[in-house]
Each structure stands twice: as structure tokens, then as C-alpha cells.
Design a binder for this molecule. Structure first.
Ligand code: NAD
Length: 500
């Protein structure tokens, strides 16, 4: 008889939750298809319990000195750096991405922690002396209280780290609601906060689905919500959260285009298309899924991409492969459905990922890299975010046609242009309606000290993630006008204050 999969539960007030869950959901190893954990799904009452603990902790933590907060952040940075291989292994075991990619994800998260270590400088306010006679004005930014972070499956460690270190550094308490598909990495990272000396209750993890999310969106003590996920849910979270009076940033889905101009270095472009199209099995919000070839380069470019694809090894992420499985069986089937739809709608299937060998268990959730050519904008493989290893080549006659195609797309997360013409690149970065642009860089994820976020249906709200926008999002501004008593104080005056 096989042993039951281990329980994975919430982390509340610095310790695993000891209650009994009404509902659970299975967690898989996508490379073997096995159930490796049973995850507790929080009820609304459990969310209330966690928010209360966070609320109590936020009062003390919001008053902690900047020196103390910075010390905790530096300690957390050291612990995370020392344990990154462990976290990466947890990601690979539940998400499926290859180990090197999982390690890269943790490293990008570390960069946000390093940015947040500078919180004393980031929270400096302004001071104006003598705005009126003997009157000074100064500004400060204060913590919000409890904030919620709701994250997707595709970057189980990095996406929470876009928000949590900055929220904590700003003096807030956090409730993280990770994806139910790969919950273990967040739990492991949350334990490191405790080891770093963060008081219990400042960082909590509550696992769950719609029930938990809905309660977080309604709870009066949750002051802000940072959400990352698909566009329909991002829109829902934004609308419901703001209707409850919360500050919300909701990052949604994407359909990222890479434009290749005729003068581009085609070897560089082909390498980039393969890396950005199939890395992490295309399960990246910044993956390239539409390759816009400006004629006459398409035949040559497609040939070079096909050549490179033949060298890729798909398999278990722990075995040194290039690409791992998809996250669940259901998601793999959905992506395969898109491949079938692409064939039916008349696109040319250049490389069929449904065929070929994989270095992994038969029961894993496999689909190898797939390439379509002659894709047109009406086909579902072009219109929909597939979120799998499927790259579509759309042929266009000119730069103007490429720009028109990209700007007509409802998403606006990332885009890239490949060219050796600085003027064309400059024109594209100016004219394209997309939040993050790469010039000969296929995945232009900004560094932690800039802010990450798309335009149009890729982001609902006003604030992008991390960088100074993150600091702004997790604090609210206050301005003090002060006047210290002076023998010449003005006495009664019912007029509106003016300056002299
Ligand atoms: P998802 O929208 O299914 O889930 C995201 C989160 O929302 C999870 O925590 C999930 O539990 C919760 N959720 C799911 N359904 C819900 C519902 N009906 N009501 C309330 N909450 C619900 O997304 P996913 O499949 O986990 O992640 C992939 C998606 O995330 C892709 O669309 C990808 O483009 C997007 N993404 C965007 C960015 C970005 O920066 N814009 C980054 C990473 C991922």
C-alpha cells in the first residue's frame, strides 16, 4: 500500500497551521505525474484568523525602526542566498521547470530583496523650511497595515518576492496566497523570514483558491492587494478589491511579440526566439509567443529556429534537460488543444511538439517545443495566451505592419525588436504600446530598482511592481505643516491659510 502524500499547510504567525482543513487539493510532480502533496485550502474563517494575526503583528512592526527593518532584510538576503538551491529544488519538483531556470528565478527574487535593503534611503521624505514665516512642511510615507499578495503558479518564488520584501521593509504585515499548484517554495521562503529575525505574524502564508481570495478581497483589515495571474482573474481582483476600497495592482496575462527586422542578426534573433519561446516551457508572462518576421527574413529565420529546436532536450528538470514538463495534465491537454486548433485553422506546423522523445517518466505532463509558421491574426494560436511551448511566426511586409499588429493586440506586457538599426529601434520603443520593451533582448524584465508591469489588459491599476513604484504602493503619504510657538503668533484669523 502506498503512503499518503504529505500535508502542505498554511504558515501562520511563524508556525504551521494546526487546524483541520475542510478541503484539500493535490500537488503534483509534473515530471512524473505523481501526487506529492495534499494542500490545505483555507476557508473564509481561516483567512480571517490569519488576517487577525497579521493585523496584530503590523502594529508593532510598523513602529520598528528603519535600522531594525534593514537589519532583518540584510539577514533575510543572506539566508535566501545560502538556501537558494534548496528553494530551486522545491520549484522544480512542483512546477517542473529545469533546475537552472528555477535557480535563476530565485536569483531575480533576491535582487528585489537587495533593493529593499535600501529602505532607509527609499523612505526619506522631503522637508521645506520656512514655507511661511517660521512654518515648516515635511512629508513622510507610512505603512498601510496588512497587505495581501496573490501569486500565480509560474514563478512560485520570484513573483511573491516582487512584493513581500518591499511591503515588509515599508513596515507592513503580509498575507501571501500562493498558487495551489506549487505551494512549497513560498512556505520555505516564509520560514527564512522567521530565521532572519522578523517577528512572527509579519509574513504569513495562506493556501487556497477562490474562497480564500474572495475573503482577502473583502476583508476590511486588508488594505492593499498585489495580484499576478491571468487577465480574467486580474480584472476580477481589481474590480472586487477596489470596490471594497482597497488599493489594488493586478498584473494579468500576455501575448508578447518579437519583431525581427530585415537587417537583424538572424543567428542572434533565432537564439533569442528559441530561448524566450521555450524557456520554462513557455510558461512565462514574458515568454515570446508571436514572432513577427518582417519580410524577406521569414524563410531564413524559420530555418534557423528549426535547426536549433532539433537540439533541445525536453525532460525531467533535475536531469540537465533544456525544457521541463507543463505544470499539470489539464494544462498540457489545453496547450495540445491549441496545437490541434492551429493545424485545423491552416497554419503550417513546422515542428510538432506532440512527437519525439522525452527524458522523463511517461506519466509526466509532456509537450515538446512546437513551431507554427504562416500564422494569421484571426487564429486562436495568435489571439489567445497559450502559456505553453508554442511559438507562432506571423509574416508581415513592413515595419509599419509589424507595429500595427503589436499595437492592435489587447495585451501589452513585453515586446522585443531585433535590428541593427538604432533609429528603427528608437522609433519602436517610442511608438509601441507595451510596458516593457527589449532591443535585441527578448525577455526585457526590468531590474529590481525599475518597476515591472505591462499596459492594457496586462495590468489593472496604476502601480507597477517593485522599484520606487513598489515603495509607493505599500505606503501612504502624509504631509505635516508645523509651526513652533513664537511670541509673535498670529492670534485669531478665520481666513484660509496663505503664506507670507
Ligand atoms: P491564475 O489567474 O489561474 O491564478 C492566479 C492566482 O489567482 C492563483 O493564486 C489562483 O489561486 C487565484 N485564482 C484562480 N482562479 C481564481 C478565481 N476564480 N477567483 C479568485 N482567485 C483565483 O493564473 P496562473 O495560471 O496561476 O498563472 C498564469 C497566468 O499568470 C498567465 O496568464 C500569465 O501571463 C500570468 N502572469 C502574469 C505576470 C505579469 O507580470 N503580468 C507574471 C506571471 C504570470
Amino acid at each position: 500500500m502506498s503512503t499518503p502524500a504529505p500535508r502542505i499547510t498554511h504558515l501562520v504567525g511563524g508556525a504551521p497551521w494546526t487546524g483541520v482543513a475542510e478541503r484539500t487539493s493535490p500537488v503534483y510532480n509534473p515530471a512524473s505525474g505523481e501526487v506529492t502533496g495534499q494542500l490545505d485550502l483555507a476557508s473564509a474563517a481561516t483567512v480571517d484568523e490569519v488576517v487577525k494575526i497579521a493585523h496584530d503583528a503590523s502594529r508593532e512592526w510598523g513602529q520598528a525602526s528603519l535600522t531594525r527593518r534593514a537589519q532583518v532584510l540584510f539577514a533575510f538576503r543572506e539566508l535566501l542566498n545560502a538556501r537558494k538551491e534548496e528553494i530551486a529544488a522545491l520549484i522544480t519538483a512542483e512546477h517542473g521547470k529545469v533546475l537552472s531556470d528555477a535557480l535563476g528565478e530565485v536569483t531575480r527574487g533576491l535582487e528585489v530583496v537587495e533593493f529593499a535593503c535600501g529602505i532607509p534611503h527609499l523612505l526619506k521624505g522631503g522637508f521645506s523650511e520656512n514655507v511661511s514665516t517660521r512654518v515648516d512642511v515635511y512629508s513622510m510615507r507610512q505603512a498601510l497595515g496588512v497587505v495581501a499578495v496573490i501569486s500565480p503558479f509560474n514563478f512560485p518564488a520570484m513573483v511573491p518576492m516582487w512584493f513581500v520584501p518591499i511591503a515588509v521593509a515599508c513596515g507592513n504585515a503580509v498575507v501571501i496566497k500562493p498558487s495551489e499548484k506549487d505551494p512549497s517554495a513560498v512556505n520555505a521562503v516564509a520560514q527564512l523570514w522567521k530565521e532572519a529575525g522578523l517577528p512572527d505574524g509579519v509574513v504569513n502564508v495562506v493556501h487556497g483558491d477562490k474562497e480564500a481570495v474572495d475573503r482577502l478581497l473583502e476583508h476590511p483589515d486588508v488594505k492593499a492587494v498585489s495580484f499576478v495571474g491571468s487577465t480574467p482573474i486580474a480584472r476580477y481582483v481589481y474590480e472586487k478589491g477596489t470596490a471594497s476600497g482597497k488599493r489594488v495592482q493586478a498584473l494579468g496575462g500576455a501575448k508578447n511579440h518579437m519583431v525581427v527586422l530585415p537587417d537583424a542578426d538572424l543567428d542572434l534573433a533565432a537564439d533569442a526566439a528559441v530561448n524566450a519561446g521555450f524557456g520554462s516551457a513557455g510558461e512565462r508572462c514574458m515568454a515570446i509567443s508571436a514572432l513577427v518576421a518582417v519580410e524577406p527574413v521569414a524563410d531564413d529565420l524559420v530555418a534557423r529556429i528549426r535547426e536549433r529546436m532539433a537540439t533541445l532536450r525536453t525532460g525531467d528538470g533535475t536531469r540537465g534537460c533544456d525544457m521541463g514538463p507543463l505544470v499539470t495534465g489539464a494544462h498540457r491537454d489545453k496547450v495540445v488543444g491549441y496545437v490541434e486548433a492551429g493545424v485545423e485553422s491552416g497554419a503550417t506546423l513546422v515542428v510538432d511538439g506532440r512527437e519525439g522523445d522525452v527524458d522523463g517518466d511517461d506519466a509526466g505532463f509532456w509537450l515538446r517545443p512546437t513551431l507554427f509558421d504562416h500564422v494569421t491574426p484571426d487564429m486562436s494560436i495568435y489571439t489567445d495566451e497559450i502559456f505553453g511551448p508554442v511559438l507562432s511566426v506571423v509574416r508581415v511586409p513592413s515595419y509599419d505592419a509589424a507595429l500595427e499588429l503589436v499595437n492592435a493586440n489587447p495585451y501589452g506586457n513585453g515586446t522585443a525588436i531585433f535590428t541593427n538599426d538604432g533609429g528603427a529601434a528608437r522609433r519602436y520603443q517610442n511608438e509601441v504600446e507595451v510596458g516593457m520593451v527589449g532591443v535585441n533582448v527578448p525577455i526585457p524584465v526590468p531590474m529590481a530598482y525599475y518597476s515591472f508591469g505591462g499596459w492594457k489588459s496586462s495590468l489593472f491599476g496604476d502601480s507597477h511592481a517593485h522599484g520606487t513604484e513598489g515603495v509607493h504602493f505599500f505606503t501612504r503619504g502624509k504631509v505635516v505643516t508645523s509651526r513652533w510657538l513664537d511670541p509673535s503668533h498670529g492670534g485669531l484669523n478665520l481666513g484660509f491659510p496663505t503664506h507670507d
